[in-house]
Design a protein around this ligand. Structure first.
Ligand code: ADP
Ligand code: MG
Length: 619
């Protein structure tokens, strides 16, 4: 419980005590009217001064009236009727409802951050003769730090000494252990389990994985769902209408039909209290918050409730191939060259690809396996969707697909082998090619099946790879369509085309963030996979799957469905209850007490219903 909540609870308790004491004393002591008024005015201000001040400011600024203002007007009316006790109770219960809502939302927020309990408060910085504890912000790139077993990796870096297992569950939501040794990259936020690690820091704290994730969480909820915005707008119109209606209820009978002032003021008050839209206003964001925190526990970061709301309505999913549907871990199947040794072909390609993050580059380097002298490489230039050009040992090297070779006027014949092909030319001379093969990720087939079950009608794959490779995967997965040999900007165009063809449909793009940030941005919902460590992807997308498991998409759809269903239940429930009380009110069968309790009661029930709904998700 935070300070704000504690303060409100203290106010609730004090007010409740005043009311109880009054009731006790009142039974054997007859309070004078003035004293009564004074006691209740104090209680009223203790419990409601913030509401009073806010409403007065709003009225003064001619801003719209919210549900707080309704409460305020109702209580003023009650004071006029000398129903002081009731006036105080209205505020008291309103605050109780607020506390409930606050606790629910804060609990979700805490859940999101607690799985993300990933920020280290200190770093063991290794200096020449001793180790000093400093704040993560103070560590510079290339500093050496020590991480002991049981500590979290505070900053992103590369292991220099030591071997250990890392528990990456808090950044991926998946409990798997990563085996690390010298030269492995480690990401901040993972927990060091077994060995002491000496790490060279590669990123400052501001740029670290931990900071990126924490920033995301901070921003969650800034983009509200449609339901929330709708309810807000509705509440605005509704509140004004209710105030007008209550004025009419009071004035018309009194002015034109000689009605009794007191009776009609009371009726109009009851009407006001009944009409309070608290339950509606409260229950929608609470459900979405719970849903977002469930998602986070499953390793899915949703950047706003709007995306969660849309997720269950998706009809079209567009996948990138490499790193999204396939592992992006290529195995070299074949090396072909005329006059140069296979070893040398691999060496030159590995050198040229050395600085690149592309899965092909990483895989070839790994396959080559030997240490590389980076001084031999200069002028590296990545050509997105094609390959790379660089100067190796002073010679101009071209590494990439057929398109790239064409750009450099090599007219080569397409190789028949199924597989991704990387060609090599040195100093204007064609040398040979390497055939690579990638495999599907483990859950891809079941994910596609489940997506179909969840009413996704159109599943598309976009790839920069060759037709022959793309077609094979599309057939294996029963995709609806596949578009191959696309450059990154052509992928965005295709996506745009798909979105326009099926307008009003929600289209999702799922990518790994390697040169597809533009597509992630363009789609209604951009989902980045295994985005840990990829800053661009984390920023461009709306939803981050922290690990590589595609099946999380299905989990997300389930959570989304649940959230939307719960919101609907809450809206229907609170509206029908309101209508029932309205009818009772119109028949003169209700009193101010029933009105007060119904409003707060429904709010609390709606919140409890949201908790119930999300209980079934284990995580
Ligand atoms: P995908 O759409 O499968 O994610 P990309 O758009 O990243 O693929 O790349 C498309 C094609 O461009 C690859 O299949 C490969 O032929 C070529 N290519 C891209 N980057 C490289 C690289 N670093 N080295 C060699 N070839 C590359
Ligand atoms: Mg890609």
């Amino acid at each position: 419980m935070n300070i704000k909540q504690k303060k409100i609870i203290t106010r609730i308790i004090i007010t409740a005590l005043i009311l109880i004491f009054f009731l006790i004393l009142n039974s054997f002591y007859n309070f004078k009217e003035n004293l009564k008024f004074f006691i209740f005015l104090i209680a009223y201000l203790i419990i409601g001064f913030d509401i009073v001040v806010k409403t007065l400011i709003n009225i003064f600024k001619l801003k719209f009236l919210d549900e707080k203002s309704l409460m305020f007007i109702a209580t003023i009316g009650a004071f006029f009727l000398k129903q002081y006790f009731e006036a105080v109770v209205v505020f008291l219960l309103y605050q109780v409802g607020e506390i409930f809502q606050d606790v629910a939302i804060n609990r979700s927020k805490n859940q999101i951050t607690s799985i993300l309990h990933i920020r280290s408060t200190y770093v063991n910085l290794k200096l020449s003769s001793y180790i000093k504890k400093v704040a993560p912000e103070e560590v510079k790139i290339n500093d050496i730090i020590i991480v002991k077993p049981g500590e979290r990796i505070p900053l992103d870096g590369i292991v220099l000494k030591g071997c250990s297992f890392l528990d990456t569950s808090s950044i991926t939501g998946e409990s798997n252990f990563l085996d690390v040794q010298p030269f492995n990259k480690v990401f901040s936020g993972s927990l060091n389990i077994s060995g002491v690690l000496e790490i060279k820091v590669e990123k400052k704290y501001e740029d670290s994985t931990v900071k990126k994730i924490l920033d995301l969480v901070e921003k969650v909820s800034t983009r509200k769902s449609r339901a929330e915005n709708l309810i807000k707008k509705f509440a605005r119109v509704y509140t004004v209408s209710v105030v007008l209606a209550s004025i009419i209820i009071f004035l018309v009978p009194v002015l034109f039909y000689g009605g009794d002032f007191k009776i009609w003021l009371e009726r109009s008050l009851i009407f006001l209290v009944i009409s309070c839209p608290c339950a509606l206003v409260i229950s929608v964001p609470v459900s979405f918050f719970l849903a977002i925190s469930k998602a986070a526990k499953n390793g899915i970061l949703v950047k706003g409730s709007i995306f969660l709301e849309l997720m269950c309505k998706i009809k079209t999913i567009v996948f990138d191939k490499t790193g999204t549907l396939t592992k992006g871990k290529f195995v070299v199947k074949k090396i072909v060259s005329n006059n140069t040794s296979k070893e040398r072909v691999l060496e030159i390609i590995s050198l040229a690809e050395n600085h690149l993050n592309h899965p092909i580059a990483k895989s070839i380097r790994e396959f080559y396996g030997k240490p590389l002298n980076l001084n031999r490489v200069t002028e590296v230039k990545e050509i997105f969707g094609k390959g790379v050009i660089a100067v190796v040992d002073g010679k101009k090297v071209v590494v990439g697909n057929l398109k790239l070779m064409k750009d450099f006027s090599f007219n080569l014949k397409e190789i028949k082998n199924i597989g991704t092909t990387v060609y090599l030319a040195v100093d204007g001379e064609y040398i040979g090619f390497v055939v690579l093969e990638d495999v599907l990720k483990k859950n891809v087939k079941s994910t596609i099946k489940e997506l179909r079950k969840n009413n996704v009608e159109n599943i598309v794959m976009l790839t920069g790879d060759r037709n022959i490779v793309g077609e094979k995967i599309a057939k294996e997965l029963f995709l609806d369509s596949v578009f191959c040999e696309l450059l990154p900007f052509e992928k965005v165009e295709k996506l745009e085309h798909i979105i326009n063809l099926r307008d009003n449909n929600v289209t999702v793009f799922v990518g790994d963030g390697v040169n597809d940030a533009a597509s992630l941005k363009r789609a209604d919902i951009g989902v980045a996979m295994g985005a840990i460590g990829s800053d661009v992807a984390m920023q461009a997308c709306d939803i981050v799957l922290m690990d590589d498991d595609l099946y999380k998409l299905v989990v997300l759809i389930h959570i989304s469905k649940k959230a939307v269903r719960t919101v609907k239940q809450n809206i229907i429930f609170s509206l029908s209850f309101k209508i029932a009380i309205f009818i009772l009110g119109a028949l003169g069968l209700t009193n101010i007490w029933l009105a007060i309790f119904s409003d707060v009661g429904i709010s609390i029930l709606a919140i409890l219903n949201s908790f119930r709904a999300f209980k079934e998700f284990k995580n």
